[in-house]
Write a protein that binds this ligand. Structure first.
Ligand code: ADP
Ligand code: MG
Length: 468
C-alpha cells in the first residue's frame, strides 16, 4: 500500500475542538478506525487529536478536515493541499499523521524574488513560506513567515489563482519547516552559520549552502576528468611575471578575485606592444602600463585577498560587446539535475564582463548566436554542449557539496564555436529568465528547487498528484 497520500486539507468550525475528520477511504487506507487517538504533525509542530471517520453529509468537502483548534496549534493556514504520511513507531501508542512538506525559504527580505517562489509553489503540494533570520521563535517551534494565505492555496482552482493575483500575501505564523531552502545570497558570516546549525538541530534539513569560492570550486571541477576539455587554464595569481608570461602566450588574461561575484574586481591584462600592457578593470577605462606598472598592480590586487589568473578566451561579440551564456541548473523531486533555463548576456559597451550588475542585458541564446560573428555551428549543437557541460559541472559540485539545489553556470562561446566553462555560482538569481524566459522556463526556474525540497523532506512522490 502506498505510504504517501495526496489530499486537500481544510479547517471546519463544525468539527469539535480536539477532532479531525477523515474521509472513509483515507481512514481505510491508514487502517485507522473511528475514534482512534492520533498525533498530527506539520513541520516542527505536533498536536494530539481524535480521528473521526466522515459519514453522511459531513463527508462532503476536503478528505481531511481539522477543527479550528487543531489547525491553530499546527500553525497551518488552510485550506491547502498536502502530502499525508502515517508512521507508527514501536512502543508508541499513537500513530503520527504528518502533513507536508513544510518548506521555508530563508531570505534577506520579504520583497522581491521570494514572491516568485511562493507563486510557483501554489501548484505544489505542501506549505511554502519565506522567512528571515529574525523570524524564528525557537521555543514554540514557529516562524512568523511570509506567504500566500487563504484560498489561493486551493490546488489548481482558477478562481483561487485570480484571487491570488490580486494579492493575498501576508505575514502569519507557520510551523518550523521540514526543509529550509537557503537563499541568503552573498556571505552571511559566522552568525549565519550558527543560525543554520540551530535550524538543523531542530530537525530542519537545510539545503543550498556554501560551495566555496572560485578556486575551491575550480579545483573540484578539475577532479572531474570529463570537464577538463571545457575548463580554461586557471590558477592562483602569484607574481607579475606569471601575468606577463601568460599574457604573452595567450594575448590576454583575466584576473579575478577569488571571492568576487557580479563581475566586480575583475581586471583584464592584454599584451599591447613591446614591454607594454593594456589594463582594463571592470567598470573602468583601459590604461597602458609597463612591466613595472603591472608589478604594482599585482601587488595591489594581492593585498585585497586571493586572486585567480585565467587565460582570456576569444569570446563571441555582439556589435563589439562581450557576450556569454548563463545556464540555470536545478534539482527536481527525484534529486536529479536539470537545465531549467539558458540565456545569453551581452555586456555594456566597453565592459570586460557581461554581468547584469555591470550593465549587461539578457537576451535569448539563439538570438545572440544569430547576431554574433563566429565560425557558426548549428545552434542546437551549442545548446547541447551548454547543457552537457552545465549538468556535468553541477554533478561535480554535488560530489563535494551534496546539499546543492540550484546553481548558475557561466559559459563562454569562443569565435571558433567552442564552449568553455567559466565558473559555477551558488544561489543564482533568476533575473535573466524573468526578463526573457517563456512562462514554462520561468515556472521551472522557481518551482524546481521547491520540488527538490520535497525530495529532501522524505515525503517522496505520492501515488498520483491528484487530490483523493
Ligand atoms: N577567461 C575569460 N575570458 C574572457 N572573458 C571572461 C573570462 N572570464 C570572465 N570573463 C567575463 O567576465 C565575466 C565575469 O567573470 P566570472 O568568472 O563569471 O566572475 P564573476 O563571479 O564576477 O561573475 C564573465 O561572465 C565573462 O563575461
Ligand atoms: Mg559570473
Amino acid at each position: 500500500m502506498p505510504s504517501v497520500a495526496f489530499s486537500r486539507v481544510d479547517v471546519s468550525a463544525r468539527i469539535p475542538d480536539g477532532d479531525v475528520q477523515v474521509a472513509g477511504q483515507l481512514a481505510a487506507r491508514w487502517a485507522l478506525p473511528d475514534g482512534s487517538r492520533i498525533r498530527l504533525r506539520a513541520g516542527g509542530r505536533r498536536v494530539g487529536a481524535r480521528l473521526r471517520v466522515a459519514t453522511g453529509e459531513a463527508a462532503a468537502g476536503a478528505p481531511l478536515q481539522l477543527s479550528r483548534r487543531v489547525a491553530l496549534k499546527l500553525r497551518l493556514p488552510l485550506p491547502g493541499c498536502f502530502l499525508l504520511r502515517v508512521s507508527r513507531r514501536e512502543g508508541r501508542q499513537r500513530p503520527v499523521v504528518s502533513l507536508g512538506p513544510v518548506i521555508g525559504i530563508l531570505t534577506w527580505t520579504r520583497a522581491g524574488e521570494c514572491r516568485r517562489y511562493l507563486w510557483a509553489a501554489r501548484e505544489l503540494p505542501g506549505l511554502v513560506f519565506a522567512f528571515t533570520g529574525r523570524d524564528v521563535r525557537w521555543r514554540t517551534r514557529t516562524i512568523r513567515g511570509f506567504g500566500l494565505r487563504g484560498p489561493v492555496r486551493e490546488f489548481g482552482s482558477e478562481a483561487a489563482r485570480a484571487r491570488g493575483r490580486r494579492g493575498l500575501w501576508g505575514l502569519g505564523p507557520y510551523p518550523l519547516p521540514d526543509v529550509v531552502y537557503d537563499r541568503m545570497v552573498g556571505g552571511f558570516g559566522s552568525g549565519g552559520a550558527r543560525f543554520l546549525r540551530c535550524l538543523r538541530a531542530h530537525g530542519c534539513a537545510v539545503f543550498n549552502g556554501r560551495i566555496g569560492h572560485k578556486w575551491r570550486i575550480h579545483r573540484q571541477l578539475l577532479a572531474c576528468r570529463d570537464l577538463w576539455p571545457w575548463l580554461p587554464p586557471t590558477r592562483p595569481l602569484r607574481t607579475a611575471a606569471d601575468v606577463i608570461r601568460l599574457a604573452r602566450k595567450f594575448g590576454g588574461v583575466y584576473l579575478k578575485p577569488d571571492a568576487g561575484f557580479g563581475g566586480s574586481g575583475i581586471v583584464r591584462v592584454r599584451r599591447f606592444g613591446p614591454g607594454l600592457f593594456a589594463i582594463t578593470a571592470s567598470g573602468a577605462r583601459t590604461a597602458i602600463a609597463t612591466a613595472g606598472g603591472l608589478r604594482s598592480l599585482v601587488a595591489r590586487l594581492r593585498r585585497r585577498g586571493r586572486y585567480l589568473i585565467q587565460r582570456e578566451l576569444p569570446l563571441i561579440r555582439v556589435r563589439g560587446k562581450i557576450c556569454d551564456i548563463r545556464a540555470l541548473v536545478a534539482r527536481d523531486a527525484a534529486g536529479l539535475w536539470h537545465v531549467a533555463g539558458m540565456a545569453a548576456r551581452i555586456g555594456r559597451r566597453g565592459s570586460i564582463a557581461s554581468n547584469l550588475k555591470q550593465g549587461g542585458r539578457p537576451v535569448p541564446l539563439e538570438r545572440a548566436l544569430s547576431w554574433a560573428r563566429w565560425r557558426r555551428r548549428p545552434a542546437v549543437e551549442v545548446v547541447r554542449d551548454v547543457q552537457e557541460i552545465a549538468l556535468k559541472a553541477a554533478r561535480a559540485v554535488t560530489r563535494y557539496a551534496p546539499s546543492s539545489g540550484d546553481l548558475g553556470i557561466d559559459l563562454g562561446l569562443d569565435r571558433r564555436g567552442k564552449v568553455w566553462l567559466l565558473e559555477v555560482n551558488p544561489k543564482p538569481g533568476r533575473r535573466s529568465f524573468d526578463a526573457i524566459g517563456d512562462e514554462r522556463v520561468r515556472r521551472r526556474a522557481y518551482a524546481l528547487p521547491l520540488e527538490f525540497a520535497r525530495y529532501l523532506s522524505g515525503f517522496g512522490q505520492p501515488t498520483a498528484l491528484q487530490p483523493d
